[in-house]
Design a protein around this ligand. Structure first.
Ligand SMILES: [Zn+2]
Length: 322
């Protein structure tokens, strides 16, 4: 396991200013899941009260030191905005795609920082002030599609993934979290750094602080006349439906969260979102959904309901203790 680093509190403070959109967070388990071998992320709770924990300066400091590893949510639910966009790519040729995006963003005068990851990398862009998740997504999607890049989701097992993954969060939703940069990846047992600065915490934070930040007016110039590609409008429609349907629309429907389905016997078959998150199920047939009752679904590779719900950004609500 990576050694613990000495980290200044002011670096942790800067990190919060740069990366933290909301105080809810996830924690990467220190031990691998015995079945899947993966180090899952979960929402930590206080032992005594059962209440969800919130990120504190101390939590972030421990993350940077390497004692724990946190996942950060992309959207502040109060504003539907994010301080950053992160593009995750982990397939063959992922690095070329990320470098290509970085180059084309550079032509827009946008600084993008490339972070290494276990496979491929993450490309980060920072906002001068938090930007609407939807507008961030339109910018990246339209650039990626113009460059002929694949985007993961809708029927595609491989391609870039954009965080925030949602345009908006409904009340009580969290969306998807991404491993907080500069922490230790529990699965790999090591830390990944940003290219572009020495591999030391102070230098890395200073590097991110120095990056040119994208303003909302610049962003709006880039996306003027552009719309969300129709295949990524799904979540928005779902949101509108849920609002119209009232409380009945709140029931979880797996079909609203998966890509293209095929019919096999009595089931729909498609890629399992949880497997996909781990880079598995490239053939897109692990998840079976009952045609007769689409509330019933099963991953043949053994992902549990909780894992699948978490992977699509709709974790199973946990009843709080009084
Ligand atoms: Zn699965």
């Amino acid at each position: 396991m990576a050694p613990l680093l000495r980290v200044r509190l002011e670096d942790a403070r800067d990190y919060i200013r740069l990366f933290v959109n909301r105080r809810a967070y996830t924690l990467q388990s220190a031990r691998p899941d015995p079945e899947s071998g993966r180090h899952h992320y979960f929402r930590p709770r206080a032992k005594a009260s059962g209440k969800d924990l919130s990120l504190t300066l101390d939590t972030v400091h421990r993350h940077l030191r390497g004692e724990i590893t946190v996942g950060l949510y992309a959207i502040n639910p109060a504003t539907q905005r994010s301080k950053w966009v992160a593009i995750d790519a982990d397939y063959n040729g992922a690095m070329e795609d990320l470098l290509k995006l970085q180059y084309h963003m550079g032509k827009d005068d946008v600084d993008a920082a490339l972070e290494m990851s276990k496979r491929g990398g993450h490309l980060w862009i920072f906002m001068a002030t938090p930007a609407l998740a939807r507008e961030c997504r339109i910018y990246i999607y339209s650039m990626a599609l113009k460059l002929g890049m694949r985007i993961r989701g809708i029927g595609l097992a491989e391609g870039i993934e954009v965080f925030p993954k949602h345009d908006e969060l409904r009340p009580g939703e969290f969306g998807n979290a991404i491993r907080g940069p500069l922490g230790v990846h529990r699965g790999a047992g090591r830390r990944y750094w940003f290219y572009g600065a020495d591999y030391e915490m102070e230098r890395q934070i200073a590097f991110v602080k120095r990056l040119r930040k994208l303003s909302e007016s610049q962003l709006r110039t880039f996306i003027a006349g552009k719309t969300m590609p129709p295949e990524f409008e799904r979540r928005r429609n779902e949101l509108a439906d849920a609002r119209h349907a009232g409380s009945s629309g709140r029931e979880f429907r797996i079909l609203q969260h998966v890509g293209k389905v095929r019919t096999v016997g009595r089931n729909y078959v498609t890629q399992c979102p949880s497997c996909a998150e781990a880079g598995r199920d490239r053939s897109g047939d692990n998840l079976a959904i009952s045609i007769e009752d689409p509330r019933k679904y099963l991953c043949w590779a053994g992902c549990g309901k909780a894992m699948i719900r978490r992977a699509v950004g709709c974790p199973i609500p946990v009843r709080r203790m009084a």
